[in-house]
Design a protein around this ligand. Sequence first.
Ligand SMILES: [Zn+2]
Length: 489
Amino acid sequence: MKTKTIFLFVIISVLLMTELSAQNFLTDSYYQNYHKYKEEAIKSKRFTNADILPLIEKLKSNNLFEVTKLGESLLGKDIYQLKIGNGKTKILAWSQMHGDESTATMALFDLFNFLKADDDFNKLRELLFENLTIYFIPMLNPDGAEIFTRRNAGMVDLNRDAARLQFPESKILKKVRDELEPEFGFNLHDQSSYYTAGNNFKTATISFLAPAYNYEKEINEVRSNTMKVIVDLNNELSKIIPGHIGRYSDDFEPRAFGDNLVKWGTSSVLIESGGWKDDAEKQFIRKLNFISLLVAFESIAKGNYNSNNIDYYFAIPQNERLLYDVILRNALIEIHGKEFLMDVAINRNERINRNGEKTYYSSISELGDLSIFYGYEEYDLSNMKLEPGKIYKDDYYHELEKEDLTELLNDGFTDFLSDTLYVKEIDLRKTKVNLFTDKERKSTNEIRLFRNANFVVKKDDQVKYLFINGFLVNPKVDFTTVENGLLID
Ligand SMILES: [Zn+2]
């Protein structure tokens, strides 16, 4: 009889728990309603401290937030903390310790809009504010953000300054951590878009890590709590981006903040925003960050994570660097008079032009058998020849008739002579071909590692396609839609 009762109790508990965990997270509602909270003042990934200060200023007048200036960066830019909630469990979340990793900063401002709103999510807000006190530091490295670069103004990677603590930004983070002794930390970064989640073609769009606190990678309670929160994050995000969640390498780095925070007693979750096809500005991944943080806060406020099994953390596929922007497969390439079957990988590296606009410089990143790699874009060039793009010096580009230009493209020319004045006036983003101003130009295009990706694709000796600065151009159809020509000077 007694055994039967216990058995029944277990069954009911299991049913209740399943029921609870099925209903526990509001992931779907976050996804559906995100647009209401998106901070419209930030539209793309490149923005500076000057762009976020007015937003912080506005939040000062909201009673929910306690805004404190924590200090200044090396070049004197203000670094702020925003505090919200009155709960027992303290959480510290900081973003953009690396200046060119801004995805989470965008999401934090969306999150602030969410937290201060008054709508159907009020019950959740009550739950968060009663159980948690959350401290946010958006943009820990404003000097790096100013020029969209990883390091601070001392040319140091702040995530290697957690032990030595030389720079004001690192000191600020350490001081806040020591004063608050938060139970949980959220260390918010971006990683290269060339990682996959495991050995397959799926981009690692979000990656998580429960950092190690020693070389042995031992698991104590602080670290296992991090893993348990990540289990919830992985489960919930898998509903939106199944297969696109990776696990970051847990090699111990004694100079990094995440690793040290665990050592100091804070369960710190590393969230890395990676790549997603056609999301160079990371606006979709921004939304995923927003959802991740809410799921994590929900899990901690309700204590859900406690019942998670860390085996599910280890089941998340590891990050692998298997991606390129473009892969051309099975092309025939002539080298020293002989033909070889080769794949060519191209990466499109972002550059800012003289007007502060984003352009690309595409280079050949790898050559040879790339059958184990994947491309965001892939082209099968079986039975086709790949040759270097030709250089045209006989007339100025802007003096060519449209018919002549079409004919030249169909002849395999990718680079055209231009005069300096013309180049100064035009919008380079709208240039369909590569332009150069040196009539005596000696350099040619070559299919060699790290060279600019300018190719002619030929089938049966006819030009089928061009690749101009890494972008496909069909000279017979739509070359006018390509807007990524390069100025070679
Ligand atoms: Zn980073």
